[in-house]
Design a protein. Structure first.
Length: 164
């Protein structure tokens, strides 16, 4: 809220240099801001009484957007990479998949390991859980199981993330 939008009886006023000018009515604060040819901006509406500051609103808005952009630049997105396995996977194939998952985890991504069942494999779903356990065992030095193996329709999956 700026200038005439501020309808509070009294506000705590902070000057353009950052000094406290004390508690006064909103009208007085508005007059002081107009004399300085600046805007009265409410910066802490939940405080008792609300805190207002005398600043150039355009510059204030610009600074806020710049800070938001800077924060967005610094934040890192975590992708979820998927590794698909089948119940009758051979040890060398499993090792290849483990190495792929290792690369993904070291880059800072999460890895979803999916064990897909087809046809008659559906009858032996619970016996194949050990494949996911072995997979997690191979990666225990660098990864931790975030989501335990869970049956979802025709597949069983778990999620691994980097160890902190």
């Amino acid at each position: 809220m700026i200038n005439e939008q501020i309808r509070d009886r009294e506000v705590r006023l902070i000057g353009q240099d950052g000094e406290q000018l004390g508690i006064m009515s909103a009208r007085e604060a508005q007059k002081i801001a107009q004399e300085a040819e600046l805007d009265l901006v409410k910066i802490a509406p939940t405080a008792k009484p609300p805190v207002c500051k005398i600043i150039d609103y355009g510059k204030y808005k610009y600074e806020q957007t710049r800070k938001e952009k800077e924060a967005k630049k610094k934040q890192k997105t975590v992708d979820v990479k998927e590794v698909r396995l089948s119940p009758n996977i051979d040890t060398n194939d499993l090792n290849t998949k483990v190495n792929n998952a290792k690369k993904f985890i070291q880059k800072g991504n999460k890895v979803k390991v999916t064990l897909r069942f087809r046809g008659r494999e559906m009858a032996h779903m619970q016996q194949s859980k050990h494949i996911l356990d072995d997979f997690a065992e191979h990666l225990k030095e660098i990864a931790v199981v975030e989501k335990a193996p869970k049956l979802e329709g025709r597949s069983m999956s778990m999620v691994l993330t980097e160890k902190r």
